[in-house]
Design a protein around this ligand. Structure first.
Ligand code: C5P
Length: 300
């Protein structure tokens, strides 16, 4: 028997980052929007006692770790441990979300595997239990489960669902290499040395823009405090951002810790035009269009 779960990528329309905490994490005001680029996670029962196994297909599959560090495997193990069962499961990831791209691809696989194993094993975990496990797995994993739009506080794992008054259209440019999230946060700390880092707060204008579905107002309000750190580690991203701006994007930003760059556009037609210009700009590896909000992890 198999269960397949579809899980979306995310873009951070606001990522406000506070000073490093004693535990090394940073308090955030993290406004997530789930967008229609998906991984599909399929779990299949294995021989009792054989343990977990993970495989991956897709253009970036070679970069996905297939050992115990894979978030999908860790999700299966965490659920199994809580319910006193053996995680004898084959997890297969059909990967369309860029790897190490700042779009929560690994987190999506963790949330997907968790929901899929819960259905496969009949563990019937409550929503709160699933969210607890997600938060243990990583700061962005709870959002991958719930999807839509949400404000994440704490290290990003404490979620408040946000109203959205419409669909926002995006173009995403994938970079030639990945960026490590811890490395980008370390660079943020280095750049912040000797400066007062304010408490992160969600922008009221941004929340209003989301609630109204107003792309122009959202464009004026998007921000990412990790962007200078990502650009410092990956200066060529400035060329991609400039190419998207010249192509007519309403707003340009690095997605999360990067290096994927995100371009907010007015509608599906301008998404096609901006995507075409970026594709021929020579400043990125590949280009995709997607819109959001979309639902979180869903059993197919
Ligand atoms: O929670 P997650 O495992 O996704 O975080 C990956 C890394 O990103 C952490 O080890 C930490 O270096 C950094 N991080 C952070 N503050 C956050 C979230 C992540 O410093 N709020």
């Amino acid at each position: 028997m198999s269960v397949t779960v579809r899980v979306p990528a995310k873009v951070n329309v606001q990522l406000a980052v506070g000073a490093a905490r004693p535990d090394g994490f940073h308090d955030l005001a993290n406004v997530f929007l789930a967008v229609g680029l998906y991984d599909e996670v399929t779990v299949t029962a294995r021989q009792p006692g054989s343990g977990p196994r993970v495989t991956c297909e897709g253009p970036d599959a070679a970069q996905v770790p297939l050992d115990g560090t894979n978030l999908a495997v860790r999700a299966a193990e965490a659920l199994a441990a809580r319910h006193g069962i053996s995680p004898d499961v084959h997890v297969h990831i059909a990967k369309d979300i860029p790897v190490a791209g700042g779009m929560a691809g690994g987190s999506a696989d963790g949330a997907g595997a968790l929901l899929a194993c819960d259905a496969l094993w009949g563990t019937r975990a409550s929503r709160d239990e699933l969210l607890d496990i997600c938060a243990e797995l990583g700061s962005d994993v709870p959002f991958s489960l719930v999807g839509g739009a949400a404000l994440g506080t704490g290290r990003g794992e404490k979620l408040r669902t946000l109203e959205t008054g419409g669909t926002f259209h995006w173009v995403f440019a994938m970079a030639s290499r990945g960026l490590s999230t811890p490395a980008v946060f370390r660079e943020f700390d280095r750049l912040a040395e000797g400066r007062d880092v304010p408490e992160p707060v969600a922008s009221p204008d941004l929340l209003t823009a989301l609630a109204k579905g107003d792309a122009d107002a959202l464009a004026a309000a998007v921000s990412n405090d990790l962007q200078p750190a990502a650009l410092s580690l990956f200066p060529e991203l400035a060329d991609t951002l400039a190419a998207g701006r010249a192509a007519g994007a309403l707003a340009t930003l690095v997605s999360g810790s990067g290096p994927t760059t995100a371009f907010l556009v007015r509608d599906a037609e301008s998404a096609r035009k901006v995507a075409e210009t970026l594709r021929t700009s020579g400043t990125c590896r590949s280009v995709r269009t997607a819109s959001g909000p979309v639902a979180g992890a869903t059993v197919l």
